[in-house]
Structure formats: structure tokens, C-alpha cells
Design a protein around this ligand. Sequence first.
Ligand SMILES: C[S@@+](CC[C@H](N)C(=O)[O-])C[C@H]1O[C@@H](n2cnc3c(N)ncnc32)[C@H](O)[C@@H]1O
Length: 271
Amino acid sequence: MTDHRWHTPEAYDKATTRLQQRNASMVARLHPRPDTVRRAYELGCGTGALTEELLGVLPQARITALDVSAEMLRRARDRGLPQDRVEFRLGSFLDEGGADGHDRDAGSPAGAVEGRYDAVFSNAALHWLYPEYSRCFTRIRRLLAPGGVLCAAMAGRTAAADAFDRRIEEATRAVLPPGDRADFNRRRTTDAQVAELAGASGFSVEDVFLVERHHTMSAPAYATWWVASGGPWSTDRPEEHEAVATLTEALGGVGAEVELVHASTFMVLRA
Ligand SMILES: C[S@@+](CC[C@H](N)C(=O)[O-])C[C@H]1O[C@@H](n2cnc3c(N)ncnc32)[C@H](O)[C@@H]1O
């Protein structure tokens, strides 16, 4: 199974209310005809924020929700969502034998069957599939029934987000390995890039747009959010409290503030 970097679901929920949960709420409302969706697939459901939103927005849908992190799924299951409408599955969307167009049974890691879904939803997960974007979009398109829709948001690239990443990279130069410092920026996509990926994977673009948010937050709050959301270490990750302390110090200490730029590319793509 593909390795993953998520291990702090409680901190994730606490630290991400204003950003990811707001994005989840927006993604849930992107579908042009929510009343028509009977089978939905969610990629990278995490602690279930989007899953719960979808239950409210899609009155008829049964949802298969996948995540690669057992810890995040445990918290999603703890929400107590109705089992006749939601099935949580553990697995990586990129694993072979998963949602690659050859699935015939629901026992595959991704729990997905080609051509079955009216809609696929995803919030803040697609960028973790970098550099496999092309394979991933093609897999999603194959999961959809003809005319099915992908509604998603992933890390977006804007000039301000790039400048923010550069500031953070400079500030953390002394405490992070070079490859890890630049890791997240590589994953960002522009609206034009998503439109190109969509076309190459057999989608038509109904909408693609960027949302950029600016938040001033304390250095410890930013460090906590960063670590809970995947963090900058791809190997040899320190313990959570140590990672937060190291980043806080690098960002100027407990009294410092961070001008966070958060950019997301939203998309509505039709198979
Ligand atoms: C930032 S969280 C977003 C969670 C949730 N969608 C939300 O809106 O709060 C990204 C999630 O993607 C999951 N993820 C990363 N790579 C994945 C993969 N290859 N297959 C399935 N899930 C993956 C992570 O485990 C994590 O829970």
C-alpha cells in the first residue's frame, strides 16, 4: 500500500475548521444536479468532513468513501454516519488492483467499480497523489458512468501562494531537508493545468476556478495545522509535538505571526 503521512486526526479536525472544512462544504455544493446522484465515490475522505456534508446535500446518494489512513478513517467512522448510506474503505487510490478500470468486485483496495458512479467528490486529497495526476484523473473518469461528474478541490497555484511557499522555505531552511521544504509547492496546480489534465483524461470542463484565502495566524497554530495536514517531512518524521515545536521556532517562536496564503483549485468535470 502507498505510504502516507497522516497520523493526527484529532489535531487535523481542530486545526482545519476554517480552511479545509469550509472547502469541503463548497465542494459538496459544486454538483449541478445533486438530486440525481444515487452512487457517489469520495477520494481521500480523511476524518469525514466532506462525507458528512455530502449526506446532507445528496438526498438519494449512497457514498463509498476511501482513505489510505486508518487513523483518519477511525475518526470518520466515529461520526456515526448512517451505515446504509456510507461505506468507508481503507486503501490507496493509486494501488494496483484498485480503481484502475479492472475492478470487478467491491473487495478491491479502492472499493470501486468501473462505470458505477454518478459522481466522484474529493477535497484536499488529489494533491497527495502527485506526481500521478494523469493516472489519477484517468482512473476517476473510468469510475464514472457516462455523463458522471467529478467535483473536487486540490492545492492551487497562485503568485501569492508561491511567494508564501518561498517565505516558508527560507524560514525553515535550517531545520528541514531541501527536498521536503519544496515538496508541497510541486503539488500545486493552476486552473489551466487542471483543464489540460481533464481534457487529456477524457473529461469535459464545466468549471475550473481558483480560490485564494489569506489568514493571519500564530506561528504555533500554523505549525500545528501544517503537521496535522501531512507536514513537511517525507521521511524520518519527528514526533508530533517535536515537529510542531521545531517549526514554531523556525517561524519566529510562539509570539510570531504567519500570513498564511491558502490557494485551492476547484473543478467540475464531466465524463
Ligand atoms: C487534507 S486530508 C482531507 C480530508 C478530507 N477530504 C477533508 O476534506 O477534510 C487528505 C486525505 O487524503 C488522504 N490520502 C492521501 N493519499 C491518498 C491515497 N493515495 N488514497 C486515498 N487517500 C489518500 C489522506 O490520508 C488524508 O486523509
